[in-house]
Design a binder for this molecule. Structure first.
Ligand code: ASC
Length: 151
């Protein structure tokens, strides 16, 4: 029984930690993975931005769908910045990502937190709430890009 409990806990922990524990066969795969996740997130974030900035009509249901995708994907890219993945494919990630891992993680955590707030805001169905949450979320994208992505 005890062994079962331990195994169950281990399995549950492994499930919760899937993104962080993700392993890649080679650096190129990790680079493609993080770029893909960031690209998909950017597409959905951009659609929200268009609504928040009045460039597209506000559609509460679409906003909620896009914000949910953003909040889910926001958890994924970071596993792709594993040690040793600073090269192996074309990448704009600066060496500072690996030199300042704790600070880089703070940026990632901030993005995750803001995208959770963004999804909660979108869920209210209010454009004003979406606008209010969009700015801080976009700022977390920008802050990290400014420091950790080369031009
Ligand atoms: C986007 C996108 C980003 C951010 C950033 C916010 O839509 O792809 O990287 O917003 O431009 O400042």
């Amino acid at each position: 029984m005890k062994a079962f409990a331990v195994w169950t806990l281990a399995a549950a922990t492994a499930t919760l930690c899937v993104p962080a524990a993700a392993q890649f066969a080679k650096a190129e795969d990790a680079i493609k993975y993080r770029q893909s996740a960031l690209f998909v997130m950017g597409q959905h974030f951009g659609r929200l931005g268009a609504m928040a900035n009045g460039k597209a009509p506000f559609d509460a249901k679409l906003a909620q769908e896009n914000a949910d995708v953003v909040a889910s994907i926001a958890r994924l890219p970071w596993a792709g910045f594993a040690p040793g993945t600073d090269k192996g494919a074309l990448t704009k990630a600066k060496p500072a990502v690996w030199a300042e891992q704790a600070r880089f993680k703070e940026h990632a955590d901030k993005l995750e937190a803001e995208t959770v707030k963004l999804a909660a805001a979108a869920k209210t169905g209010s454009l004003d709430n979406l606008k209010a949450a969009f700015g801080p979320a976009a700022q977390t994208c920008k802050a990290c890009h400014d420091d950790y992505r080369s031009k």
